[in-house]
Design a protein. Structure first.
Length: 260
């Protein structure tokens, strides 16, 4: 791998070696109950698929150029690298060969995060690449989400990162106009078997989905289901009139709370 990095001109990229002293290598930290702790990755592996490479912003941008197409990566390999995988039942999943691949508002987001609060994002249609490297990671302690800062930066350059009314579902369905009363049967308070509470209501002519402190509008894709607007991934709710329950496209079922 290091020979490959060198051929690509990536002079500041190398594999993890805990015995070697590397000048200017930044140590990772995490938060545990609000206190700073060291990010304990003090072991060496061979070359695992999910971590073990140190780099910097300049080299990561070089790497993105390489995998976007060059003499080292031909079009068939590039297509395979960024193509969504499929399950045995034919369902497409938002993961390719080491990359998360999502469609948001008609744009493809190719991304992956790192343990120390890092994220790399490509938006090919906008000719935009983002490399965000921090040294504040997770390591089983308080959750650190580098995507939130990435969203701010992408939104600032005019690339919407939250699903809106222009979004086309992964199965090709567009959103259609509807009357809010179409959702009247769904209105109510719901609970999941694992204790998550949510509600659906009609407010000022809009269908509103609430969960905890979060409040989102719902939109109607063609041929059914209700798409949650404002998420950074596709979350669709399906109402089962017979069971009086709502099931998400991720398989979580919410049952309508009965009145006392």
């Amino acid at each position: 791998m290091e020979k490959l990095f060198a051929k690509c001109g990536m002079e500041n990229t190398y594999l993890m070696d805990q015995e070697k002293v590397i000048e200017d290598q930044v140590r990772g930290y995490s938060l545990k109950e609000g206190e700073w702790v060291n990010l304990l990755r003090t072991w060496d592996y061979e070359i695992p698929s999910h971590f073990g490479v140190y780099s910097n912003v300049a080299d990561m941008l070089t790497w993105l150029e390489v995998i976007q197409g060059s003499e080292r990566l031909k079009e068939p390999q590039k297509s395979l690298l960024f193509s969504n995988g499929r399950l045995s039942n034919g369902e497409k999943v938002p993961y390719a060969c080491g990359w998360e691949v999502n469609e948001i508002n008609g744009l493809k987001f190719i991304s992956h995060t790192g343990v120390t609060g890092c994220v790399v994002v490509q938006v090919p249609e906008k000719n935009t690449e983002l490399v965000l490297l921090t040294n504040l990671g997770y390591n089983g302690n308080d959750w650190v989400d580098p995507w939130q800062l990435a969203y701010v930066l992408l939104d600032a350059v005019g690339i919407p990162t939250k699903i809106n009314e222009s979004h086309i579902c992964a199965d090709g369905r567009k959103q259609i106009k509807f009357k809010a009363r179409k959702a009247k049967a769904m209105v109510g308070e719901y609970s999941s078997i694992d204790g998550i509470e949510m509600s659906i209501s009609i407010e000022d002519g809009s269908v509103v989905f609430k969960s905890g402190e979060e409040r989102y509008s719902l939109s109607l894709p063609e041929d059914g289901g209700w798409l949650v607007l404002g998420y950074d991934f596709e979350y669709i709710l399906y109402f089962d009139r017979e069971k009086e329950s709502v099931i998400s496209n991720y398989g979580r079922e919410f049952s309508l709370n009965s009145e006392d």
